[in-house]
Structure formats: structure tokens, C-alpha cells
Write a protein that binds this ligand. Structure first.
Ligand SMILES: Cc1ncc(COP(=O)(O)O)c(C=O)c1O
Length: 359
């Protein structure tokens, strides 16, 4: 058995992979396979509605929020969030928690004034920004955070207090991995290719009141307001990706929803972090306990020269894509919803074997 620990695009649940293989490309009585149907067809609209109601139920999303299924990656939202929510001449607040937060704020800075309200500890960040004392500028249109930094393997231990300022979160690597206090947020977005399906689709959950902010001059495909009015169908939506996401949402519901995802993810993460911490210093997990991501576990050999050997031998043992983010180095095991406990057990078994030979 081999396992991919890739950070994204990442493993799909086995059942979804099988269902997609069987159904997506098989023609029905109307002469069209699901990926061939027009997006105006009742069959596609039914899937869209079902995906929305499943996601709404999973997140316990109250009235007053809209769900958008948009084309493109999370980085499209790095541009769309300021384009829709920033006020002319106003300021937006960003917390610098690491690699993806920095990319989000760099994109926002192309459009408006960015105030950095919190910072992590440097390029070898060991912890999320301190949650105390965020001084938001008086004309702040929103405050943006990245609750789970995929590259550094850092997760916030809580949420900042931002008062009436809408809190915006890039939840690309953590949406649907655990229950989320959704009403604390004005907007949440996530690229699908980690926990929600395949690349090409990004989910945006937005407070209805914020839709009024989308400027009339904004391109219609990029306008949250117009996309909400058109039920995410201003133009052809990423049909295949949406069909897969609908299957993933059904799968998560059938497993017991977000509490079940959180339990399984905590168990997998505990297995791996405990193995690292019990290795008597042979392996190290550089992120501070309490800030360690349950879904992107960053680790390495204390003797960093062994990291390359580890990654190569792990591949030979069927444990793939364990190299860390190119800017960070070391190793990273992504343990999203679809990674079974057996995959983590196999990794921990390999780590013990490797340590016996090189320790
Ligand atoms: C937290 C986070 N934000 C944004 C992105 C960028 O996503 P995309 O490649 O879909 O634009 C990633 C990709 O890994 C990510 O992990």
C-alpha cells in the first residue's frame, strides 16, 4: 500500500475516488456524462443545491451567510477579497503568520493600504502570532488571518478579537477538518484541493451584509455580489470540480460530520507528533506545542543531512511527497481528512525503522 502525504492537490477519500471514476464520465439517458452537461441543466443545478445544503449543515451555517462555489484557486481570493471588501482609500489589516499570509497581503497591497497587525517570529517561525493586542486601524475594512499555515505547519490556537471589523480567513488547508465557529467570521475561503475535492474550485462563505460592498465597476466574474445573485453561475462554473466536491461533502456527512473529522485528525496528528517527540531527539518537530497544525505536520531529522536520505527511502517504502515546502525544507506530512490512520501508522513504522538504521 502506498500513501501520498502531499500538501495539495491531496488525496481524496477512497470512496469518492471510486465514485468519481464510475460516474463522472459515464453518459446518462440524456446522452451526456455529468461533466458534459450544461450548467443550466436541472441535473447540475440539483448537485449545486445539494452541495450548498450539505455544506450549510456541516458548518451549522445560519441564515445571513451565502455560499459561493467559484472558479480558480485560493490565490484568486487573495485578489478578490480586497477588490470586493476594501473601501476606497481605506486600510485593510493582515496578520503575518507565515508564507501564505505573506502572499495574501502582498496581493492586497497591490490594491490598497495594508496594515500588518500581528507577526510570527521570523522565517523559521515556531508559533502563530500572539493573539493579544491587535491594534486595528480606525478605517479598517477587514482583518485577514490564515488559521492554518500549510507551509510552516502552524495553526492558531484561537481567534483574535477584532470587534466589529469583519474577520476574513484563508481556511484553504483547514476548512472541514474540524468544527468552525463560523459566526465569528465575515468571510471564509478555501481552495478545494486539500479537504474539499480537486483543484479548480474555491469555496467562499460570506456574510450577506458584505455583498453590498462589491463595487459596481468590478468584473462580474470577480464580484461576490453578482456571483451570489447568479448562484455562482455568472459564467460556466468548474463543473467537474464541483461534482467531486459534492461527493466529498456527502462522504464527510456519512462519516459523522466535522466532529468525526476532528477526532480522526487529532488521532492521526497525535500518533505522528508523539512518535517524533519520543524519538529521543533523532527527529524534531520545530513548531511549538499548542501551535502545531493537526493537518500539516512539519518535522525533520536532527541531523539535517539525513533529510534527503529519509525522503528518498520513504518513497521507496511507498510513502510519497513528504518533502517540506521548498522555502521551508525538512519534511511535511499532510494528514487531511482523506488520510486514513493506516497511512500515519505506516509512516511512523517507517520512521522507527529508519531511526534504527541511522540513529
Ligand atoms: C493556506 C493556503 N492559501 C492559499 C494557497 C494557494 O492556493 P491555490 O494554489 O489554490 O491558489 C494554498 C496552497 O497550498 C494554501 O495552503
Amino acid at each position: 500500500m502506498s500513501y501520498s502525504f502531499a500538501a495539495g492537490p491531496a488525496r481524496l477519500p477512497d470512496a469518492v475516488l471510486a465514485q468519481a471514476r464510475e460516474t463522472l464520465f459515464s453518459r446518462g439517458a440524456d446522452g451526456a456524462a455529468p461533466v458534459e452537461r450544461p450548467f443550466s441543466a436541472p441535473q447540475f443545478r440539483a448537485v449545486l443545491a445539494q452541495a450548498q445544503s450539505r455544506l450549510r449543515a456541516l458548518l451549522c451555517l445560519p441564515e445571513g451567510y451565502r455560499i459561493l462555489f467559484l472558479a480558480g484557486g485560493a490565490m484568486h481570493q487573495f485578489a478578490m477579497v480586497p477588490a470586493n471588501l476594501a473601501t476606497p482609500g481605506g486600510t485593510v489589516a493582515y496578520a503575518d503568520s507565515g508564507y501564505w499570509a505573506q502572499r495574501a497581503m502582498a496581493e492586497a497591497a497591490r490594491q490598497c493600504r495594508v496594515s500588518v497587525v500581528a507577526r510570527h517570529g521570523g522565517t523559521q517561525a515556531l508559533a502563530a502570532p500572539d493573539l493579544q493586542d491587535w491594534h486595528l486601524p480606525p478605517d479598517c475594512a477587514y482583518c485577514h488571518i490564515t488559521p492554518n499555515e500549510t507551509a510552516e505547519g502552524i495553526a492558531y490556537p484561537g481567534l483574535p478579537a477584532v470587534g466589529d471589523v469583519p474577520l476574513v480567513a484563508d481556511c484553504t488547508s483547514c476548512l472541514l477538518t474540524a468544527p468552525l465557529p463560523i459566526t465569528r467570521f465575515g468571510l471564509v475561503y478555501a481552495g478545494a484541493q486539500k479537504n474539499l475535492g480537486i483543484a479548480g474550485l474555491t469555496v467562499v462563505i460570506i456574510q450577506e451584509a458584505l455583498l453590498a460592498r462589491s463595487p459596481a465597476s468590478l468584473a462580474s466574474v470577480a464580484s461576490y455580489r453578482l456571483q451570489a445573485q447568479a448562484d455562482s453561475c455568472v459564467n460556466t462554473p468548474p463543473v467537474a470540480a464541483l461534482l467531486v466536491t459534492a461527493m466529498v461533502l456527502d462522504w464527510i456527512s456519512a462519516q459523522g460530520g466535522l466532529p468525526a473529522m476532528a477526532d480522526a485528525n487529532q488521532r492521526k496528528a497525535a500518533t505522528l507528533y508523539q512518535a517524533i517527540d519520543a524519538s529521543q531527539g533523532f527527529y524534531r518537530a520545530p513548531v511549538a506545542p499548542g501551535h502545531r497544525s493537526p493537518v500539516n505536520v512539519r518535522f525533520g531529522c536532527a541531523n539535517t543531512a539525513l533529510d534527503t536520505v529519509f525522503a528518498a527511502e520513504a518513497e521507496d517504502a511507498g510513502l510519497h511527497h513528504l518533502r517540506g515546502h521548498p522555502r521551508i525544507g525538512g519534511m511535511r506530512a499532510s494528514l487531511y481528512n482523506a488520510m486514513p490512520q493506516a497511512g500515519v501508522d505506516a509512516l511512523v513504522g517507517f520512521m522507527a525503522h529508519f531511526q534504527r538504521r541511522y540513529g
